[in-house]
Design a protein around this ligand. Structure first.
Ligand code: AMP
Ligand code: FE
Ligand code: FE
Ligand code: ZN
Length: 300
């Protein structure tokens, strides 16, 4: 039986493993939400967060399939942008345990998902204009109603035999630069406010992941902290050891919680569930701060 649990569920095991960032087929992962929670249990995790891009569609099927002993933390990764510089800079905000029916947030998520469809179709059109045989309706059908992202286009390039991997598809001559199109994201300060208003807890995902594009300055992170940001994801595969240390230092300076997570995407990336983890104390601070929805666990 699935049940909601109060703020401080016992974290089982002597060395709890907490992974606060994972994607399913509700966005650009390759495991369904049900497969994701089963894989998380098999990987020995005690807590997994489902954080699909701009959607909560995976929450219910993940909860239904939740294996005993695993705690599900419901979240999302919001496509945000800092418009205070030219050109603006894209950034990802993890939002944990927010009310999925908070009207303004729901409206913004729907708007971003639509913007993603429009952008993906534009990218496909520019590929086709160069004689590259990728098909928008096929890509859309394979995304199966989940949030469309560039990894779905990357898969089409792989199927067409043009690239060997998702990361190759993100090289500058493909999606990284040549075939890029902007999408309308959510202003990051607006996002922090909406997440907080929905009882959620905002954490800045991979703040130093420079291989994805320009990153924001520390001064902006300080402004985000003043606006209600709660944490920084330090341990992430896209951060070097030095960058992880920098993020930790900044978090300490600003009084922010530090997290670590795999950002698992199934076959779309090589990283495994639990490759990076979050401390129990950081996890407990996030859970205590949240008031939108509870954790979910199943009595074993
Ligand atoms: P989008 O959300 O459509 O802007 O696409 C960004 C997504 O593509 C990220 O969430 C990752 O899943 C993936 N991604 C971004 N950069 C890379 C990369 N260099 N290699 C592999 N996947 C990437
Ligand atoms: Fe992704
Ligand atoms: Fe991200
Ligand atoms: Zn992610």
């Amino acid at each position: 039986m699935t049940s909601s649990v109060p703020p401080f569920p016992p974290v089982p095991g002597p060395d709890p493993r907490i992974d606060l960032h994972a994607h399913s087929t509700a966005s650009d992962g390759t495991l369904s939400p049900a497969e994701l929670v089963r894989a998380a249990a098999r990987a020995g995790l005690d807590v997994v967060a489902i954080t699909d891009h701009d959607t909560t569609a995976g929450w219910a099927p993940a909860a239904t399939a939740l294996p005993p002993g695993l705690t599900l933390l419901r979240g999302a990764e919001l496509s945000c942008r800092w418009y205070g510089t030219q050109p603006s800079i894209a950034l990802h905000l993890l939002a944990y345990l927010f009310d999925p029916e908070s009207p303004e947030l729901v409206g913004e998520l729907a708007r971003i998902r639509l913007a993603r469809e429009i952008r993906a179709e534009r990218i496909v059109e520019s590929l086709r204009a160069d004689g590259i045989d990728v098909d928008w309706s096929d890509i859309q059908a394979r995304a199966a109603g989940g949030t469309v992202g560039r990894p779905h286009i990357a898969q089409a390039l792989i199927r067409a035999g043009l690239v060997g991997s998702t990361s190759e598809a993100f090289e500058p001559r493909w999606l990284g630069w040549r075939y890029r199109a902007p999408k309308e994201d959510l202003d990051v300060f607006h996002a922090i406010r909406l997440v907080r208003e929905a009882g959620g807890v905002p954490v800045f995902a991979h703040p130093r992941a420079s291989r994805r594009g320009p990153v924001v300055p520390d001064a902006l992170i300080a402004e985000m902290a003043a606006a209600g940001l709660f944490g920084l994801e330090a341990d992430h595969e896209d951060h070097s050891p030095d960058e992880r240390a920098q993020v930790r230092r900044l978090a300490a300076e600003l009084g922010l919680v530090v997290t670590g997570s795999s950002d698992f995407h199934g076959e779309h990336k090589t990283v495994r569930l639990g490759a990076f983890t979050t401390s129990v104390s950081a996890y407990e601070r996030i859970v205590a701060e949240a008031s939108g929805v509870p954790l979910i666990s199943v009595a074993g």
